[in-house]
Design a protein around this ligand. Structure first.
Ligand code: UDP
Length: 413
């Protein structure tokens, strides 16, 4: 088995891979270029690093280009990110001019590849103005939005809309994130890669090593939340839920696992609050993990009885699918993309308060058969809906939709 696509067959079944080959046939040889603003770090880069080689294997001339910017440019695009996710964050006019200028410079260096490309996919706001600089473009251009723009700060969205409205189509992750735009909009949720270190099967000794590193007792129940230390992820609410649940599950242990907060002053403050709330209870483990702790996170999710994602606001919440793929029911905040993954009472429970979460923890720990059954359903739900192969299929379908002429038919066997 030397092909990358073939290695997914044991997980997805051969038909899924056959269908990808069939869908890709009319796109063979076409030049498809993805453009974003970073090669490493963040979910977008992680997904592109997988999707682009898979598309190439399907015979598509897929490429991945990254725009370059300076500190002012990233300051501006960070403000975009905050404003589009609802923060009141006006952006000064000179910073916006700089943003457009950086895009103009990048357009010049990318001109040979983008002008002739059959399909261009521009990811997020950073490179959104690029299209303006390609009046002679040959192909179809998508704007792919990965962030929650359901309630943006209007002046910033109005500014960005001038650029993205000119695209041939756009792609959003969830229906509630989409915005009125004068072109077709596609909905494509994110995905996890079942073969990555974060999600692959682990041996018992790999799990054991991680548990013993952190002093976790494998004979006692464990609940875990994996998240950046961010108030929207409600880590303090998780501790409250744990404390309430502990009164009827005395041996209960809690892991809160998140990344370092060096470059994020608010992260530091949240971590302090979390440590204060956890103080005095040796069964609460507050972990600060390095960015490449994929196997550690995998082992923690697999070693947990239940995984929590008690966010009060959430774009998609990859951690939810990651846990469900490991056969764990998820108790998730009733918000954003968590609702797409946690089907209440089936793949986990949706909750609004720490009390609600505690009640569900209690229920699952005392009904092991239901816990197992929900875990099985959760895994199957992810297999059907949130694996990389589904993501690729939907990208191929959207690309076909914009390239196929009206009246042309594509028949799948
Ligand atoms: N993650 C990680 N280390 C951490 C915390 C999170 O690798 O310390 C990973 C997590 O497993 C998931 C991603 O980062 O793959 C977070 O994505 P999600 O959509 O859950 O939340 P976001 O941080 O994008 O709001």
């Amino acid at each position: 088995m030397n092909s990358l696509l073939e290695s997914y067959v044991p997980i997805t079944g051969g038909e899924v891979i056959d269908q990808l080959h069939q869908l890709a046939r009319p796109l063979r040889g076409k030049c498809v270029v993805h453009v974003n603003s970073t090669r490493v770090g963040g979910g977008v880069a992680e997904i592109l690093a997988k999707l682009v080689p898979l598309k190439r294997e399907l015979g598509i001339d897929a490429r991945w280009e990254v725009i370059a910017g300076d500190a002012d440019f990233y300051m501006c695009t960070k403000s975009f990110h905050n404003a589009l996710q609802g923060a009141h964050a006006p952006i000064p006019a000179d910073l916006l001019r700089h943003y457009e200028e950086v895009n103009r410079e990048n357009a010049e260096s990318l001109r040979p590849v983008l002008e002739e490309a059959d399909i261009v996919v521009i990811h997020d706001p950073q490179p959104a103005p690029l299209l303006r600089f390609f009046p002679k473009r040959k192909g179809k251009w998508f704007w792919r939005c990965h962030i929650d723009v359901s309630t943006p700060y209007r002046p910033v969205w109005k500014y960005l809309r001038r650029f993205v409205g000119e695209y041939d189509a756009s792609i959003f992750s969830l229906p509630v994130f989409s915005q009125a735009l004068p072109h077709p909009e596609y909905l494509i949720p994110p995905s996890i890669d079942p073969l990555s270190d974060k999600n692959r099967d682990l041996t018992d000794s790999e799990r054991e090593a991680v548990c013993s590193d952190f002093g976790l007792d494998r004979n006692r129940p464990l609940i875990t939340q994996v998240s950046r230390y961010d108030r929207f992820k409600d880590p303090v609410g998780v501790i409250e839920a744990y404390k309430l649940a502990k009164s009827f599950a005395p041996g209960l242990q809690l892991v809160l696992a998140g990344g370092g907060a060096d470059d994020d002053p608010e992260g530091e403050a949240v971590l302090d609050e979390v440590r204060a709330a956890a103080k005095g209870d040796p069964d609460i483990h507050v972990l600060l993990l390095p960015p490449d702790a994929h196997v550690t996170i995998n082992a923690l999710q697999r070693s947990s009885d239940i995984v929590i994602q008690k966010s009060t606001r959430e774009g998609f919440g990859l951690t939810v699918s990651e846990a469900m793929w490991k056969g764990r029911p998820v108790i998730g905040g009733n918000t954003g993309g968590i609702r797409l993954q946690v089907i209440n009472q089936h793949t986990g429970f949706l909750v609004n308060t720490p009390e609600g979460a505690a009640l569900r923890i209690r229920y699952l720990l005392s009904h092991r058969d239901r816990l197992e059954e929900m875990g099985r359903k959760a895994k199957e739900f992810v297999r059907q809906n949130f694996l990389l192969t589904r993501h690729l299929r939907e990208y191929l379908s959207a690309m076909l939709a914009v390239t196929i002429e009206a009246g042309e038919r594509l028949e799948l066997e």
